[in-house]
Design a protein around this ligand. Structure first.
Ligand SMILES: [Zn+2]
Length: 384
């Protein structure tokens, strides 16, 4: 039987990332690894487990690291390991190991409420700043590298998510990546490999994290939810959300946790709720009320909205050309109907626009107007 939530929390590598894990030689780890892959598939848990394993001092023949029993592992779990540096934006600090005990039934939900409320009070420039890794943070992290390690073993610097590192901060980091102090290992994590500076990318060993297939992803999710006990969701509903989120089990799990805690200010919650709303709108085809959809969704992450739109358009296109629906099988019937109604050349043009918008998704100008424009053009797909 599974115990109630371990406190402080510990991390496990998702089953679909096991083969990636097995390929890592902890004794000969490169000085910089860049873990990349789709959002919501467990890259962070993988990265933090790797950090812990690299610092683990457990010894003996067949020991599997992290051993979760040695002093170093215990320090790590409570956020007290002196040779671990977590370089994350303020919005992501709650993911780091910490002594703060989370609620017994939740991995991450407990402390979020206050945080989100606090965020809401700040102005938007400040809010934006919190999402970035600042140059000050980068500098102070790098400074700690100039002295030897406290334990005489490895030192690990985790940068997560890498896309939160703005250019000045990236330059600061780059110098250390070029000549890493001995024993220092950088673990960088990103969902957007295409946005990583070539100068950073070229200095790292790339580790591609594969997404789970649908059967395994869904099975993992079901198991995780069953273990939580508190989250109530029907199998059917779960499958729908899972597909809607492009098969990203971690994202779905966090969404359900936030929902359970009625943490409606949680960013991920807003985002998933909004993308569901968006999909309902898109399913309306020519009858979409694009003003209303933009109104109800524009506060969510623009990147997530564009991602959902991209997947939807890909499905409509697939359905009109080859009768295949890849991302939203639950909406297959609707998508087939829409696929028969669209003008393909218009759809291709719109897909291109969405892809272009994704290049600026992290600092979009006037999200709402852009969204309205894209949705209005979506409506026009169905008109001559
Ligand atoms: Zn250990």
């Amino acid at each position: 039987m599974r115990q109630t939530e371990a406190i402080p929390r510990s991390w496990v590598v998702a089953p679909w990332l096991n083969s990636l894990w097995d390929g890592i030689n902890l004794k000969a780890c490169p000085n910089a690894v860049l873990i990349h892959g789709r959002p919501g598939i467990g890259k962070y848990d993988f990265a933090i487990t790797l950090a812990k394993a690299l610092l683990c001092e457990g010894s003996g023949g067949a020991i599997k690291k992290p051993c979760n029993a040695c002093e170093a592992c215990r320090w790590f779990d409570t956020g007290n390991h002196p040779d671990f540096v977590g370089l994350v934006p303020e919005t992501h600090r709650r993911f780091l190991p910490s002594e703060v005990l989370e609620g017994a039934e939740s991995d991450a939900g407990g402390s979020k409420k206050t945080k989100a409320v606090k965020d809401d009070e700040g102005d938007s420039a400040e809010k934006k700043e919190k999402k970035n890794i600042t140059i000050e943070d980068a500098r102070s992290a790098i400074q700690t590298l100039s002295i030897g390690t406290h334990r005489g073993g490895n030192r690990v610097v985790l940068v997560y998510p890498l896309e939160a590192l703005r250019s000045e901060a990236a330059n600061t980091l780059l110098k250390s990546l070029e000549e890493p102090p001995s024993g220092t290992i950088f673990i960088l994590v990103t969902s957007r490999l295409d946005r990583v500076l070539p100068t950073i990318r070229s200095r790292c060993r790339l580790l591609a994290a594969p997404p789970p297939d649908h059967v395994n992803g869904l099975a993992w999710l079901k198991e995780k939810i069953a273990a939580q006990n508190a989250i109530k969701v029907s199998g059917d509903e779960l499958e729908t959300i899972f597909y809607e989120q492009g098969g990203a089990p971690y994202a779905v799990f966090e969404f359900l946790t936030a929902k359970h805690h009625q943490n409606e200010k949680d960013e991920l919650f807003i985002s998933i709720q909004a993308s569901r709303y968006l999909l309902q709108g898109l399913a309306q085809g020519s009858r979409i009320n694009w003003l209303d959809v933009a109104e109800k969704t524009h506060k969510a992450s623009f990147a997530d909205l564009l991602g959902a739109m991209q997947r939807w358009l890909a499905d409509v296109q697939g359905s009109s050309q080859a009768a295949t629906v890849r991302f939203y099988p639950k909406h297959a019937k609707t998508i087939h109907t829409l696929g028969q109604q669209i003008r393909l050349e218009k759809l291709l043009r719109l897909s291109k626009l969405v892809t272009q918008a994704r290049r600026h998704e992290n600092h979009p100008l006037a999200t709402r107007i852009q969204l309205e424009s894209l949705l209005m053009q979506y409506q026009q797909l169905f008109q001559d």
